[in-house]
Design a protein around this ligand. Sequence first.
Ligand SMILES: [Zn+2]
Length: 298
Amino acid sequence: MGRRPVPALIALVALYGPFILGAFETTVFKTPSGATLELTFRSWQPGEAILARLTDRPPGLQTIIRFLGRTYPLDAKEIPGAGLAFIGLDLSLKPGRYEFEVEDRSDAGGPVSQKRSVEIQPKAFPRKKLTVKDEYVFYPPEAEERIRREAELLARIYEIRIPQWLGEGGFEPPHPGRALPNFGELRIFNGVPRSPHSGVDVEAGANEIVRAANAGTVVLAADLYLSGNTVVIDHGLGLFTNYCHFSRILVTSGDAVRKGDPIGRVGSTGRSTGPHLHWGVRIFEARVDPDSILGFRF
Ligand SMILES: [Zn+2]
């Protein structure tokens, strides 16, 4: 399942795949009850997203994936997104072997489960050392409380799972500008390491339109201390996109947006040194590279 499949998987991989879709590959195997589970990914590395899709599902079967302490139900109900799950490998995930469990439950019998081990390969993120004025290294004391409160608010938002998939096909970049290769970048300001960069910065001119990367529900449209005017869209199944530093927000919390709808204008609000779009993707709390979801097809 990783770059080096574990021995138990080699025969299955030889039978079914992997086949390559650009930089993305899909591994196909059978769950304990004989349903087909496809896993699509670029790699099993920190900061990557994995798309799980259950096909050929016997009626009444409920499949659950357990991985990294989280449970991902592949819903059997006939709702949009039935049989789909997104799994996020947070950018700070430690490389090593982890247990990946697939459990089937059916009306006919109790749960049957299968465990595999998955190896998370290391990833070298860019590092940047900067010497800047102290005001860019330390936040003013009065801001600390606001930053803490806003981080808690975001953490609560990213824990909510809508059981339907709200997207319309695959994801599209929210702006045509070049995305800098700075996802996961570790910034060391005056010798003090900051949190790693949780998204990509897209080159964009002031006030240019930014569009929803996919359909979903706006769950946050607010001015935050660090990310300025920020929009978060919930696409369902625990997958969220966020867009920061807008000069103007064009949507309101609760709005349903279609893919490509204008949601804001490029700006430099919050902790930003000039107009650009910061674009991020969350799968629950996991910070993943937006590029790692762009190849998913539904
Ligand atoms: Zn950024």
